[in-house]
Design a protein around this ligand. Sequence first.
Ligand SMILES: [Zn+2]
Length: 651
Amino acid sequence: MIADHIRTLSFAIADGIQPGNNDRNYVLRRILRRAVRYGRTLGFKEPFFYKLVDVLADTMGDIFPEIRARKKQVQETIQREEEAFNKTLDTGIELFGEAVKNYRTKEAAWNAMRNPDAADLGHSPAYSRSPDDSKEFQAIDANQVTGVFAFKLYDTYGFPLDLTELMARERGLTVDREGFEKLMEEQRTRARAAQKKEVISLSQIETTTPTKFIGYENLEVQAKVLEVVSLKDKTAVILDTSACYAEMGGQVGDTGELTGSGQLWRVVNTQKSGNTWLHFIEEAGARPSRSQFGASRDEHSVGGTPTDAGGTPALPIPGNVITLTVDLDRRNAIQRHHTVTHLLHWALHEVASQDASQKGSFVGPDKLTFDFNSAPLTPAQIADIEKLVNERIVENADVSWTEVPHAEVKNRKDVMQFFGDKYGDTVRVVQIGGAAHKLDGYSMELCGGTHTRATGEIGLFRIIGENAIAAGVRRIEAVAGLTAFDAMKSDRELIRAVAGKINSPIHELEKKVAALLDHQKELEKSLKAAIQRNAAQTASWLLTRATEANGVPLITQNFPDSDGDYLQAVVDALKGRFQGVVVLGGAANGSVALAASVSPEFTAKVQAGKIIQQIAPIIGGKGGGKPDNARGGGKDASKLEEALVKARSLV
Ligand SMILES: [Zn+2]
């Protein structure tokens, strides 16, 4: 089984898929944790899985060379995952060990009391077997792990019953399976009872307790579930405390995970209703927690019997304490974009105008946009802003924030604020540069968002667009950090691809493209000359085929495989050599062309524009022009002869 898993995992990681919390990444993580858990039952305590990659690379490297090429990366990824998961397991195992130790100590004391000769415990307080009132529950009783403890190991630390039984067996203990099942059933009943309420509007949410936001400093928190509500087709969990930033002031809401009761819910967005945080969860996506095992059928197929037939709670249960974890990478990307928005705002004032006032902004993980009142920026100004921001980034100045009474900073011109915006009595000032909290930075803004600790964290900054979104309002679109790196990388790949196409070293690319364009111009020139020579010959031939209609000299001719430009060249070549009416047709590249001319002597009688107007519909098209020259086009080449016959009748 382990061999199977190591193969699947290694190939997937070599292919560029990382274990994670979403979709196929999550599948990988589960495969790995399942194997680690299995390894535990075989006695592996330290990360071991990653060591097997060597063997795999040796045996499969010929069939699958990527595994050899990326062996080191695959090993590191697997080792990192193993270590993280082992930590979770160890916490539970430690707890189990302590419980056994406590039990043995008390057991010894109890035995000693019953047989005073066995040990001198005369001065000890009296021990009684039960009830143990020093703890809220008893972990082990009469050589049996209690149902309560087995359930706690399952619910809080994710130990499936079979693993608990294995650990108990090793110590000569049994497990109260019945008690465990009873608690599972109670959990399920509570879950069923905790039906979420249908809420039509945000105002109907019952919870009025403001959510305590601790997300400036923390990215994980144990929080109590207060309410689970349904808003249209979405489900939101309300907690007493949150580490997730709720969408505000242009900064998007955080995503993350809720874990508890052996379940994991993806938090797909966080929003605010008044001072209550709403954690929107992906309900259909509720699945066994990644940091806990059990709950899923296929996982139970490993070394044990199902402990969870019948389902875990579909939704978090009000009253329960669950763990909320913010998606770290995404939050960091958002923070880079937020802090750099402040730098951009500052640089804009330096380069463009102090009057370029902010009209709005968006701060997300993939980009930022910044709207402001201004005339269009020149390319030189945009380059200056970009440079200035990157210079401030490498200085790695401190970013700090301070809460102060609004009155204290209300009239300070160096603290950016939206006049007319309603602020509370206390405001938060985010400061870049200067001494932390002294309000002496070069950039200071009233802002509730989350930020990097120093400008250096932002990494690279690039402006990717500047354009108008309304009269007098411009929008800068920019990227920072790894997103900017990715943009840079795709630029470089594009340049490489272009250089490869024209077979040029990159440093000679510009010269080579200029040479190609020159060459193309020359080719076009000689092509045009060739067409003209050819058209002149054709014109001479046409002169021999001129007829007369209604007393007017007439040339009509169908040229298959000729386009409108060629027809026009022939018409031009006939000018001055033929007095009368010329109507030519041709078809090339799926389109049909018509060209007509009438020499000045006859334009009073018949006009080129009118001829084309009347015959173009025959070929399913339209056209027109002046009395002496006109062109038209259409689609149906099979009707070209018919159109030319019609032209003769019009003269
Ligand atoms: Zn801000």
